[in-house]
Design a protein around this ligand. Structure first.
Ligand code: GDP
Ligand code: MG
Length: 440
């Protein structure tokens, strides 16, 4: 991770008073690489590093942490600062109907996100109507109608042959007449930034006067994100950004690029194809992801939701000490089952991705988790506390007792070992507590 890489750079700095310019510049080269690896656009990474260098040079070296950790913290704080220090809400406290317009490239997730937001707002007690202005793609309006049925949100009846501006007008008057609180406008996609469609969007914006105009961006867009963002933000008055496919392996770099170019807050993150898979955007988590520290904050938050408080506390205490035995693994497995499989957790604990790869062929399902639970159940109390006791003979006994094979037992032991060493690494970084402190 970045932290490890910076460790070497600052080895020489130990015992000195302040962060020197040469050391910081060397460190920033690593930071720049980390940003680019996370898909931050090149000019954005350059500006960011320049700004942070100024901040870091001359800062006193703290005694309680290593200079490397301190720089990671400075970089982390600057990232959070730039991404927006808090989660941003939808601002729709206007005379109803409040119009929310979604714009963006084709396939970025506008239609899906329209339905997701409508569902959220409905849950919030709002009376919501959705209308599709996409007359370009065949069946685009029908797609939104289907989502409307699924979410039990009203959609504007489809009238063939209307222009987007005409549809917008009809939607406005229908929403007013029928007393809707919110009107969501899902606009046509475009493959590239295209002037005719931009003009059309401007015309719609003039008529509907949206309270929110949200740019929907695929977080996997990477280096191209800057062009998309600058083109859209020059042409329509954006109020915010939504990043989709944050469930994929995007490392969050697009978020920083978006924020830098549009200057607008990122309001939500799309976390999957299902209509409840949307979350408020958490700058701290994404900053952690960009720096490759593992998303420990969300891990802890989620864990706290589904396990009893004292259980969580006991676990945190053990993790802080770098302890992780079979009992810990067992309660982790139980949590994974409750939290919908390993997929949701992968990448959150440092080292977890590797542990996941050690399990089966990637297709981790409930059955595997249950089998692992059975294996741990077949171990003695001593074996659970000290898995290294498991010699060939004992492994055969455990395999028999759990209806598995010695190979399965070996896989479990390997996974446990990987997780245990991840916990040890975590401890070296100052433990879970230190890490959380660092994340703010
Ligand atoms: P549009 O062309 O901008 O309206 O895009 P759509 O809403 O039709 O979405 C395009 C595809 O992306 C669909 O298959 C969606 O299910 C998928 N999609 C949208 N948002 C997300 C997300 O947050 N995560 C994932 N994994 N898929 C998404
Ligand atoms: Mg669409």
């Amino acid at each position: 991770s970045l932290s490890d890489r910076l460790g070497g750079v600052f080895e020489r700095l130990r015992g000195r008073g302040a962060l020197g310019e040469a050391d910081v510049r060397t460190a920033m080269r690593e930071v720049r690489i980390a940003l680019l690896e996370a898909d931050v656009a090149l000019p954005v990474a350059r500006d960011f590093v320049e700004k942070v260098t100024e901040q870091a040079v001359g800062q006193n070296v703290l005694r309680s942490v290593t200079p490397g950790q301190q720089v990671v913290k400075i970089v982390h704080d600057a990232l959070v600062d730039m991404l927006g220090s808090d989660t941003a809400e939808l601002e729709i406290a206007v005379t109803p109907p409040a119009v929310i317009m979604l714009v963006g490239l084709q396939g970025s997730g506008k239609t899906t996100t329209t339905a997701k937001l409508a569902k959220l707002l409905k849950k919030d007690g709002k009376k919501v109507m959705m209308a599709s202005l996409d007359v370009n793609r065949p069946a685009a309006q029908e797609q939104l109608a289907v989502l409307g049925t699924q979410t039990e949100v009203a959609t504007l009846p489809i009238v063939a042959g209307q222009t987007p501006v005409e549809i917008a007008k009809r939607a406005m008057s229908a929403a007013k007449l029928q007393g809707f609180d919110v009107l969501m406008l899902d606009t046509a996609g475009r493959l590239h930034v295209d002037q005719a469609l931009m003009d059309e969007m401007k015309a719609v914006s003039d008529i509907a006067n949206p309270a929110e105009t949200l740019l929907v961006v695929d977080s996997l867009t990477g280096q191209d994100a800057v062009n998309v963002a600058s083109n859209f933000s020059e042409q329509v008055p954006l109020t915010g950004v939504i990043l989709t496919r944050m469930d994929g392996d995007a490392r969050g770099g697009a978020a920083l690029s978006m924020r830098a170019v549009t200057g607008k807050p990122i309001k939500f993150a799309g976390m999957g194809e299902k209509l409840d898979q949307i979350e408020p955007f958490h700058p701290k988590r994404v900053a952690g992801r960009i720096l490759g520290m593992g998303d420990v904050v969300s891990l802890v938050e989620r864990a706290a939701e589904s396990i009893q408080a004292e259980d969580a506390e006991r676990m945190a205490g053990r993790l802080a000490k770098g302890q992780f035995d079979m009992n810990d693994l067992r309660s982790q497995l139980a949590q994974m089952r409750r939290m919908g499989g390993l997929g949701a957790l992968a990448g959150m604990i440092p080292g977890m991705k590797k542990a996941q790869a050690a399990m089966a062929s990637g297709a981790v399902d409930e059955k595997i988790l249950l089998r692992m639970d059975a294996m741990i159940g077949s171990m003695t109390v001593k074996e659970r506390a000290k898995p290294e006791l498991l010699n060939a003979k004992r492994k055969i006994r455990v395999a028999k007792g759990s209806g598995t094979t010695v190979q399965d037992v070996n896989k479990l032991l390997k996974m446990h070992q990987e997780m245990q060493s991840a916990m040890k690494r975590l401890k070296k970084m100052g433990g879970l507590k230190g890490m959380l402190g660092m994340l703010g």
